[in-house]
Design a protein around this ligand. Structure first.
Ligand code: ZN
Length: 631
């Protein structure tokens, strides 16, 4: 439960213009009145189906079904929790956030995260000052930076590169002086602290010693962790002495797999003709930046994850991979490819014609930005790259080798969502592998069938059901009667009271979002406490409900209060009412049929009374239910 006061949440929604917030991510075009449209940030599309109504403060995508308000937009596009999204908006628009008194752990949780963010800013500044200081450590690290890594001093200033001496001294004292809570010091990841130790200066054993410190920022630009490069100053008793790079551990503000180095800057530089460039390490990304290639990002020391790619996809659909040409780099590329296709990213691989060894850092250091054009000229599409990887023999390959290669590619192609993309990939692969296109398509179909048979078996065998693909999660227009009635409650609330009188609550399927909300709404109408459609916050229990509500509120009346394509609301409500009754009675009728069928063997059931009950239900069903609306 959010600890922010509901009045404050309402205030944010009133005062923040949704179009201002969305236009930072989506380029919006006017669509009449306070309405705008643009390319949806949540799915890949060529024509805009993302609509927003600035007056109402709601958006909806008619392509993928995503809908919501300003808070859900910030949550989704910036991967924040509800509380964080409200706080971020407050900060951006100068609105003071008020919290509920004594609302328990969530408030502590919030302040702990806030504290750890704050602590990281202080630590980054501390390390940076040590890097700048004219003493043994500072002098050594600056020399290391310029002479060994061959970076300019200005780049260190820009990224706040830091240093820490062999003892790791100073930081603990600086943080203690600022009176951070014990919890924040224990969980910030910058120290090793014994579980039962009192928090004193002596108990704070620094994790990073004698290393060059690279601050890691999240996509909002907040320092959340550090990567520490080993140097000659790294002491022999460092438990990770041999590790070239040591990262912060995961903390309340840092999850490795969710973060890409330099995304905070790169995301503002991507655009038409300027795709993301994915490199392997932070120093590669810094090298790219230093020569003027501003769109480079790097994973966090681990291999790339799906959630990192989804995060990239939010900002741009094209990505160029620039991995080392050694076999580890190539393997990483092959692991990465299916995830990238699944995230609907357009991938190209940067390569250098005729080069046997390719290291982005060295290449850009030697040749500067012109090297980028060079590697782009000889770049390969995802399929070309994959084909070369699975069939290095090329046209000299035997039929058997080709068949094996095709199977490996099928795994990859099947990761791509959508028939069109798959078909395009197969066409391209057929060309590279020199296989007849129809034959490849046919083999792919049998591969898919085999896979789905195996998948079905696998799903039965395993206890956990597979996670549904995103497409099926968004639009599930099954409970249309409940949905229609919700729409009616919102837009024609004069029907709410008669509806609550006519519709017994057990006809509503409350296992689903629409039903649960409808039930709650009707209770309000029944007790004459309906707060009006603009004051529903207190009736909303979760994000799904919020999203559904947003999408229902999005439809506005055309002139004269009529809703395009919706029809007469009273008739529509009666239709839904009758539908719900039929649905509620169906199981009863089935039960009676069953009992009748078994009546001759079961002495407990009396066929006559069963028949009577059945005809009574059928009679009721023939009589349409109406709503008593006072005129
Ligand atoms: Zn969409």
């Amino acid at each position: 439960m959010p600890a922010i006061k509901p009045t404050c949440v309402r205030d944010i929604k009133l005062r923040v213009n949704l179009a201002d917030v969305v236009s930072r991510v989506v380029s919006l075009k006017k669509a009449g009145g306070a309405r705008f449209k643009g390319l949806c940030p949540f799915h890949n599309e060529k024509t805009p189906s993302f609509h927003l109504d600035a007056d109402k403060g709601f958006y909806k995508c008619f392509g993928c079904g995503k809908a919501g308000d300003v808070i859900s937009f910030v949550r989704e596009t910036e991967q924040l929790t509800f509380t964080e999204a409200v706080e971020a908006l407050g900060k951006r628009f100068g609105i003071v956030i008020e919290y509920e008194e004594g609302s328990g752990p969530s408030r502590e949780e919030r302040s702990l995260r806030q504290e750890i963010f704050d602590l990281h800013e202080v630590a980054a500044e501390h390390f940076y000052q040590a890097f700048k200081t004219a003493d043994a450590t500072g002098d050594f690290m600056r020399r290391y930076w310029t002479e060994q890594r061959k970076f300019a001093p200005e780049l260190a200033d820009e990224f706040k590169i830091g240093a820490v001496d062999a003892a790791g001294s100073g930081l603990g004292a600086a943080l203690l002086k600022r009176r951070y809570s014990e919890e924040a010091l224990r969980r910030c990841g910058l120290f090793f602290i014994h579980d039962d130790a009192q928090i004193t200066l002596g108990a704070l054993r620094p994790r990073f010693r004698g290393r060059l410190m690279i601050p890691i920022r999240d996509h909002q630009g907040r320092v959340v962790a550090f990567t520490a490069r080993q140097t000659d100053l790294t002491p022999p008793d460092d438990p990770a002495r041999e590790a070239k790079y040591v990262n912060s551990p995961e903390t309340p503000i840092f999850t490795k797999g969710n973060l890409l180095f330099n995304l905070d800057r790169a995301r503002t530089a991507v655009g038409e003709g300027h795709p993301f460039v994915l490199v392997e390490g932070q120093l590669d990304a810094l090298r790219c930046w230093s020569v003027g290639l501003k769109t480079a990002v790097a994973p966090q020391g681990t291999s790339i994850t799906e959630s990192q790619l989804v995060l990239l996809r939010r900002y741009h659909s094209q990505i160029e991979c620039f991995f080392d040409s050694d076999s580890a780099g190539q393997k990483a590329a092959l692991r990465f490819l299916p995830m990238a296709l699944k995230a609907e990213l357009e991938v190209r691989f940067l390569t250098l014609a005729g080069a046997s060894k390719l290291d982005p850092d060295l290449l850009f250091l030697e040749k500067g930005l012109p090297a980028y054009d060079e590697v782009r000229r000889s770049s390969m599409s995802a399929m070309a790259f994959a084909c070369r990887a699975v069939l290095p023999e090329g046209s000299a390959a035997s039929a058997e080798q080709k068949a094996r290669a095709a199977q490996a590619l099928f795994e990859l192609v099947s990761a791509a969502p959508g028939e069109i993309a798959r078909s395009e990939f197969l066409n391209e692969a057929a060309g590279h592998l020199r296989i007849a296109t129809p034959a490849l398509h046919k083999d792919f179909q049998s591969f898919i069938q085999r896979q789905s048979r195996m998948g079905a078996r696998g799903a039965r065998a395993e206890e956990a059901p597979p996670t549904p693909p995103p497409a099926s999660r968004v639009a599930a227009p099954v409970h249309t009667a409940e949905r229609d009635l919700l729409f009616i409650c919102l837009h024609f609330d004069w029907l709410g009271k008669p509806l609550s009188a006519a519709l017994p609550h057990d006809w509503i399927d409350t296992r689903h979002t629409a039903g649960a909300l409808l039930n709650r709404f009707l209770a309000e109408f029944e007790h004459d406490t309906w707060p009006g459609r603009d004051n529903l916050d207190s009736l909303i229990e979760n994000d799904e409900e919020r999203a559904l509500l947003a999408s229902l509120l999005f439809d506005t009346p055309v002139d004269g209060g009529t809703y395009k394509d919706f029809g007469d609301p009273k008739r529509k409500a009666e239709q839904a009412l009758n539908e719900l009754r039929t649905r509620a009675f169906e199981p009863l009728l089935r039960e009676i049929e069953l009992a009748l069928a078994n009546a001759h063997t079961d002495s407990n059931s009396d066929p006559n009374s069963l028949l009577k009950r059945r005809s009574e239900i059928q009679r009721q069903l023939r009589q349409p239910l109406g709503l008593a609306v006072a005129v």
